[in-house]
Design a protein around this ligand. Structure first.
Ligand code: DC
Length: 222
């Protein structure tokens, strides 16, 4: 039997940072499902598809083949055999992913792929609908969140450290807008699964969050 751990939550809650560390400690495969929506978005951007036109999106979905490979412990995403990992975090890609991840055709294609991967190995998968839709029978479900202020401050510090100019109020607004879009879309909106454990990390550092999750997994296994 393969174990699956679902981590859902809003943008900027630290899901991927935490999931990467926990998966390394446990020897699980980390699957960043946001990266799959982003890879689809790269394709739509390259094709010049209008993200507001669902019919146009539907016409192109079947042209997309996405594969995940782990190289030196890092997830790489291949779009029609090309490694697009470097393009995934671009602002433009994030915007396109946010707009196109609400469509049924996009979601069902990626959910199918996510379920297939989870069957083949022990995974920690993070996203918005993992505990509610993708893996409703996951061994453990975590809903990881933090206040808008905390998430905005973390992002602000991250950008400052990279030497980028940024405005805290704008970051806050962007985070609040993304939360609203993720939580209010028609298909698979972001919400805590009934059987998920809520972890609010506003006052926790990374080590504390990792420790809490490892403890939950160990308790469940024993
Ligand atoms: O977590 P992220 O920022 O990389 O996600 C990119 C976009 O994809 C974001 O707008 C939310 C969406 N997404 C989703 O709808 N379902 C998932 N399981 C993962 C991400």
């Amino acid at each position: 039997m393969s174990y699956s751990i679902a981590i859902d939550g809003p943008a900027g809650a630290g899901k991927s940072t935490i999931a990467k560390i926990v998966s390394k400690q446990l020897g699980y495969t980390y699957i960043d499902t946001g990266a799959m929506y982003r890879a689809m978005a790269v394709y739509f951007d390259e094709k010049g598809v209008n993200p507001d036109d669902e019919n146009e999106i539907n016409e192109h979905v079947d042209e997309v083949d996405i594969e995940l490979k782990h190289i030196d412990g890092l997830q790489h995403v291949f779009l029609n055999s090309a490694d697009v990992t470097d393009k995934l975090r671009l602002e433009q890609t994030g915007k396109m992913a946010s707009k196109t991840s609400k469509y049924g055709a996009v979601r069902s294609k990626l959910v199918e792929l996510q379920r297939k991967i989870a069957k083949s190995c022990d995974v920690i998968m993070d996203g918005r609908d993992i505990g509610t839709v993708v893996l409703p029978d996951a061994f453990l479900k975590i809903y990881l969140t933090a206040s808008v202020d905390t998430r905005a401050k973390r992002r602000f510090d991250e950008l400052k450290e990279k030497g980028q100019d940024c405005d805290l109020d704008l970051i806050k607004k962007d985070i609040a807008d993304r939360d609203y879009a993720d939580m209010h879309r028609e298909i698979s909106p972001l919400k805590q699964a009934d059987d998920a454990v809520l972890l609010d990390t506003s006052d926790m550092d990374i080590d504390a969050v990792v420790g809490a999750i490892i403890k939950l997994i160990e308790e469940k296994k024993n």
